[in-house]
Design a protein around this ligand. Structure first.
Ligand SMILES: [Zn+2]
Ligand SMILES: [Zn+2]
Length: 93
């Protein structure tokens, strides 16, 4: 009889740990551009996915973007830049 009790206890612990793993994943609490809740799943304590976590954004600031400056011909500059200002070296002051 003692053996059965032990296996039930082990099973309960196993189920609890599965529940814990599930609850550790939460839906992102931020809103998308369409004003609906973000459907990304996150494991972070702040309930923010990689799209909405500001800490993550700081890291991705270094990615290449198209320059937001305007050329002399009044067209959009097409140069790529990794600068945090979003402008190529021609358009930075
Ligand atoms: Zn999100
Ligand atoms: Zn430019």
């Amino acid at each position: 009889m003692k053996k059965l009790t032990l296996s039930v206890a082990a099973l309960t612990i196993a189920m609890l740990s599965v529940n814990y793993k599930l609850s550790a994943q939460t839906q992102c609490k931020e809103m998308t551009k369409d004003n609906i809740q973000c459907k990304n799943i996150t494991k972070k304590a702040n309930s923010l996915c990689h799209n909405h976590d500001k800490n993550h954004k700081i890291k991705s600031d270094s990615k290449t973007v198209i320059c937001s400056g305007t050329t002399k011909k009044n067209t959009k500059c097409r140069r790529k830049t990794k600068h945090s200002s979003g402008k190529c070296h021609n358009h930075r002051k």
